[in-house]
Design a protein around this ligand. Structure first.
Ligand SMILES: [Zn+2]
Ligand SMILES: [Zn+2]
Length: 571
């Protein structure tokens, strides 16, 4: 949308009506409320309905574009005073600019629901389309206004409607890098795989062109197909390489199957699956059982047997507790409507999927499809999130798993070095406990079993020890520092301008309180035991992390000064 001309239509400037119209238009563009008031008071008979500027913007268009509800009310009062017929007012409300936009389009762009409702009272047409077929939902997407999208959706409008070139609101949100709109639209069911008619570009292509990795990631998570080619035969990754967007190229590259299989770098199409859980269960406890049956009879010191048994038992208990404990799903206690939440809260803080206001430190898990309190990460090995309610249990689970693996290694080392060489098998310690047990074929079989078990132990040690040490290091550091893995290494934490949009949405007071909080947490950092206790036990009861925290409306007016930004005529 290019900046409207501020001059009235080019009639003779000596015409007093033209001069008055031009003056009023300039006052509206300048948002001079008092002066407009005075001017209209002095010109009570002035026909303001017919006033248009060079681009066919009525006074209503200009007031809505500037998001000035008080000026709109002033204009309506003036029109009522003139006793203009209802039909003429309706035509004025629905008048179109030279690009075909109505005042409602502009209001939708600003996300001002109060103003939208006011226009609707005067019969504004919510189905209006401009010359390109852009609806109010397209424009809401361009303005990054989920609240407008939710409002018009509640009125029955289709959020996946194409314009004349086949571009849906999601296409526009992706093209212009509007993260909130894109996230809401894709969550509301808009397809990320529909190509537009003209260029065959899908929303994923357009998100790549906009250079926004967060939108690309969101689309991939929601099932965007990265193998669709546009009409020039280009894949999204080709566009990322052309534009030298390295971080987006990495997102679009096919992952290493081994890293993906080991869940070190899981694929982005997040589907909850019990495969890894059962794989871990059978590998780990199967190996433990194999050791118990094939190595225990050879182990002379009963303390080793007891220690290993206790470790495996603890691992089993904490595996079950990590898996089956609710990690801290945040519910919508009042079953509040998404639109209400958006109206009363900063849209950045509302999760469209759970219809909740996200408390501090929470995050939506795409696998569990729920917001998790003090979200750490989603662990496929326990098929559950790690959050406020099971963080401590998960850390005990990882520590005991590591020690169990070290035990397995110790058994193998003992076997292959001295204790149980082939020559001394006839003095198996097991004879002490089972005197009738004799050296025979069965004993030979057992010895071979033990050999194989020890080889498997060595293999398991080599495969899993380094990842387990890294995991334990990260998790123990998390507890000591009072932070989560997501806060330290999450996608947002490792990408530039991480919380820029979030920060913009806070008022200065919020920002100051954030800074204060952060300096408090810095002090607490030294008290490692306090952090550990909070992370393991107290976070789950802290209302800041479990309930709605922003009770006062924090509305965002981020586009109020950027009227020139989106160019509707692109694509
Ligand atoms: Zn959520
Ligand atoms: Zn999860």
């Amino acid at each position: 949308m290019t900046s409207p001309h501020r001059a009235a239509s080019s009639k003779s400037s000596s015409d007093p009506k033209v001069t008055a119209d031009a003056h009023l238009i300039s006052l509206l563009y300048a948002n001079k409320m008092e002066k407009i008031h005075d001017f209209l008071d002095k010109n009570v008979e002035m026909d303001i309905i017919s006033i248009k500027d060079a681009r066919q913007y009525t006074l209503l268009h200009i007031a809505c574009l500037n998001n000035q509800i008080n000026i709109v009310k002033l204009l309506f009062n003036h029109v009522r005073y003139l006793k203009v017929p209802g039909q003429a007012i309706t035509e004025w409300i629905n008048a179109k600019t030279d690009e075909g936009f109505t005042a409602l389009h502009f209001t939708s762009f600003k996300g001002n629901i109060e103003l939208i409702k006011l226009l609707e009272q005067y019969n504004a047409n919510i189905h209006a389309e401009n010359s390109q077929g852009l609806t109010v939902i397209h424009i809401a997407a361009q303005g990054d206004q989920p609240v407008s999208i939710a409002y018009f959706r509640s009125k029955g409008l289709d959020v996946d409607v194409p314009d004349v070139k086949g571009s849906t609101p999601l296409h526009w949100a992706c093209f212009l890098g509007m993260e909130n709109s894109a996230a809401y639209l894709v969550t509301l069911g808009c397809s990320p795989n529909v190509p537009d008619k003209e260029s065959g570009l899908t929303p994923l292509h357009l998100a790549v062109i906009s250079g926004n990795p967060r939108i690309v990631r969101k689309l991939l998570i929601k099932g965007a197909n990265k193998n669709i080619r546009n009409k020039e035969g280009k894949l999204p990754i080709d566009l990322a390489i052309e534009n030298e967007y390295d971080n987006i190229t990495q997102l679009l590259q096919n992952k290493n199957w081994l890293l993906s299989c080991l869940n070190i770098k899981p694929a982005l199409d997040k589907k909850k699956s019990r495969f890894s859980l059962f794989l871990f269960f059978f590998l780990f406890f199967g190996l433990a059982a194999l050791n118990i049956f094939s190595i225990f009879p050879y182990v002379e010191r009963v303390e080793w047997v007891a220690a290993f048994g206790a470790l495996v038992g603890l691992t089993f208990i904490f595996f079950l507790r990590s898996w089956l404990t609710n990690p801290g799903h945040i519910k919508n206690p009042n079953k509040e409507d998404l639109l209400n939440l958006l109206l009363n809260n900063d849209p950045h803080l509302v999760c469209p999927e759970c219809a909740i206001v996200k408390p501090q430190r929470s995050k939506h898990c795409e696998y569990c499809n729920a917001c998790i309190s003090v979200y750490d990460h989603h662990c496929p090995w326990i098929n559950n999130c790690v959050g406020a309610r099971n963080h401590g249990r998960f850390v005990v689970f990882t520590v005991t798993t590591l020690f169990t693996i070290i035990f397995l290694f110790a058994f193998a080392v003992m076997h292959f070095t001295y204790e149980l060489s082939w020559n001394n098998t006839d003095v198996l310690p097991v004879y002490k406990y089972f005197p009738k047990f004799q050296w025979n074929d069965q004993a030979q079989m057992m010895f071979i079993c033990k050999q194989v078990t020890c080889l498997i132990n060595l293999f398991a040690f080599l495969m899993f020890t380094i990842p387990l040490i890294a995991l334990n290091y990260v998790q123990i550091y998390n507890l000591v520092a009072g932070k989560t893995t997501s806060e330290r290494f999450g996608f947002n934490a490792t990408h530039d301008n991480v919380n820029q949009t979030l920060l913009q949405s806070f008022s200065q007071d919020d920002w100051n309180s954030k800074l204060k909080e952060s300096s408090q947490s810095q002090k607490e950092k030294k008290k490692w035991y306090v952090n550990c206790r909070n992370m393991c036990c107290l976070n789950k009861e802290d209302s800041r992390y479990t309930y709605k925290v922003f009770t006062s409306p924090v509305r965002v007016e981020k586009h109020i000064t950027s009227m020139d930004s989106p160019d509707y005529s692109q694509i």
